[in-house]
Design a protein around this ligand. Structure first.
Ligand code: PFF
Length: 446
């Protein structure tokens, strides 16, 4: 066993753990990706498919990650070693530390954008007639401001993490996640009562089973995986702070349900708003920083609703960013025996420095540097979301399904539940993860 049967006894409370895990799961994926892919791939029909994917792949792997963390009581890397005594698994586990480290570097940039837009909106700067929001985003991203906001994000996340698991991460989520739900509901009520909102609700939810095809299945699978923050070492690390008496099975369902509810409400905000103002629905940057600001600019009290919307995005991004930064911090604390504060400061600084070129590559000075046709920002995204995350997910599945014999005991599963979990982890998840991987890197097309 490694040195990681550590002296640290940092633990979440039971509800704190569930809120922190929901905080991690509910991120920009819920807010700006899920609604769009649902609308595009058949509304309520896709929603049902997504639930099936959560059940078949998402929840079993979520349970596996938390189980590895609690059983191994180490970092996302050493937990594998602690449980198997095998250095090779420890090395594979290290990928679950490298991946979040890279994700944090560019995710902080995006989180910074959301903070900037929240401040701008509350200040009334987005509320004029005839603003070209596309140009405005391009100019903003080309300026030095994103780096300043990225630094703000790193200071917030590093500060929360430096305060520890229960005093920092848990408190942060306990305040923000319920606050988040209140803002979501206020915005949803505003949005569905706009004139012409029904067309948006119809686009989001009208079931169209004819639109379901192999591509929708892969999109739903990939999103089920991403949305639960899998393949990033997060749930392994958070799992290592869970008390033995907590039921991981119940936590798995609570986290899955929480993730689904937040995503669903996000859809009920976005589409009625966009359709009501006759704008094109889209996803990602175009939706959040171009289409929606244009809608808020025309809405009565748009500065307020727009500000609340960007605040919502910022909270979603920050609670996810905290969870991802904790992974390399926990690793450094354990591997090099650093104090939590030292690890938080050093890792945040390194992530910041690594992320600066990504921030400047979107439309800024480094935009013309595009090796292989991708900006630095896009390379960070591609290498992590499409390559490293599926590999990390595969490592978790194979480890729990084949290598670690006592997983069922740690997960609290027996009989049929255990058998089902094993069938899913051994046979179903690996095949599906492989398909997602081959599809997202472009090796297979459907
Ligand atoms: N579950 C998150 C989402 O849906 O946005 C995924 C995530 C991304 C978590 C980036 C953490 C993170 F830093």
């Amino acid at each position: 066993m490694s040195n990681s049967t550590s002296k640290k006894k940092e633990r979440f409370t039971s509800s704190g753990f569930i809120l922190a895990a929901i905080g991690s799961a509910v991120g920009l994926g819920n807010m700006w990706k899920f609604p769009y892919i649902t609308g595009k791939h058949g509304g309520a029909a896709f929603f049902l498919l997504f639930i099936v994917c959560l059940l078949l792949v998402g929840l079993p792997i979520l349970l596996a990650e938390m189980t590895i963390g609690r059983g191994g009581r180490g970092s996302a890397s050493s937990s594998f070693y602690n449980l198997s005594g095998n250095k090779f698994w420890g090395f594979l586990g290290f990928l679950s530390v490298l991946t979040p480290f890279l994700i944090m570097s560019y995710y902080a940039v995006v989180a910074g954008w959301t903070l900037h837009y929240a401040v701008q909106s509350f200040g009334g700067a987005l509320n004029g007639q005839g603003i070209d929001f596309k140009q405005q985003f391009v100019d903003f991203a080309a300026s030095g401001m994103p780096v300043v906001w990225q630094a703000v994000v790193m200071v917030i996340c590093g500060g929360v993490i430096a305060k520890g698991v229960s005093g920092g991460i848990e408190k942060f989520n306990k305040i923000l996640i319920p606050g988040f739900l209140i803002i979501l509901i206020v915005l949803m009520v505003r949005s569905v009562s706009l004139p012409g909102a029904a067309a948006g609700i119809e686009f989001f939810l009208k079931p169209d089973f004819a639109k379901l095809d192999a591509e929708s299945a892969l999109v739903a699978l990939g999103h089920a995986f991403f949305s639960l923050s899998l393949g990033m070492g997060i749930m392994i690390t958070y799992g290592s702070y869970v008390e033995k008496q907590q039921s991981l099975g119940k936590a798995t369902f609570a986290i899955g349900l929480g993730d689904l509810i937040y995503a669903f409400i996000a859809g009920l905000i976005i589409f009625p708003t966009v359709f009501s103002y006759g704008l094109e629905p889209g996803e990602g940057v175009g939706l959040a920083f171009m289409a929606l600001p244009a809608a808020f600019a025309q809405m009565p009290f748009g500065w307020l609703f727009g500000g609340m919307f960007f605040l919502l995005l910022a909270i979603a991004a920050l609670t996810s960013a905290v969870s991802i930064l904790e992974v390399p911090v926990a690793y450094a604390m354990q591997k090099w025996q650093w104090s939590r504060k030292k690890a938080a400061v050093i890792i945040s600084t390194v992530c910041f420095v690594l992320g600066v070129p990504a921030a400047l590559s979107v439309t800024g000075v480094l935009n013309s540097f595009q090796p292989g046709g991708k900006t630095i920002f896009d390379w960070f995204d591609f290498s992590t979301s499409y390559v490293l995350m599926p590999i990390c997910g595969m490592v978790v599945t194979l480890f729990t399904g084949y290598a670690w014999k006592r997983a069922g005991e740690e997960a609290g599963l027996k009989g049929f539940g255990y058998k089902l979990w094993m069938v899913l982890l051994r046979f179903v998840s690996p095949v599906l993860i492989l398909l997602i991987f081959l599809y997202s890197v472009g090796i297979i097309s459907v």
